[in-house]
Design a protein around this ligand. Structure first.
Ligand SMILES: [Zn+2]
Length: 113
């Protein structure tokens, strides 16, 4: 089994072509899909992360939830927070990682990775 580290919390299994959690080795989803589709998702109201500093205060530094919300992606195997992003309401998760598997296999076989 050949695994390649991609981010702090993600690696890929070149044999099965799956995204995996680096903390627990849980297989998330095919590398041909967005890894976020294999994660647990928690969309959070910004005010839950940036409450007012004074309890009686109405305003805080939180962005308006009609403009954006924070989305957290967790490993279903161990609960590690893999990624977060700030998105406008209704926007799908961004597809931020796409790998050239053939090039990666070549680099792994010649020892450069
Ligand atoms: Zn995990």
């Amino acid at each position: 089994m050949k695994r390649v580290i991609v981010t702090e919390y993600l690696e890929i299994d070149l044999d099965t072509e799956e995204w995996c959690c680096r903390c627990c080795q849980h297989k998330l989803i095919s590398v041909h899909k967005n890894y976020k589709e294999g994660c647990l998702v928690y969309a959070r109201d910004p005010s839950s992360l940036y409450p007012p500093h004074v309890p009686a205060e109405r305003y805080s530094f939180a962005p308006d939830k009609s403009i954006c919300y924070f989305v957290e992606f967790y490993c279903p195997g161990c609960g590690t927070l893999i990624e977060t992003e700030c998105l406008p309401p209704g926007h799908p998760p961004t597809h931020d990682l796409e790998l050239d598997l053939n090039n990666l296999r070549t680099r792994c076989s010649d020892g450069t990775e």
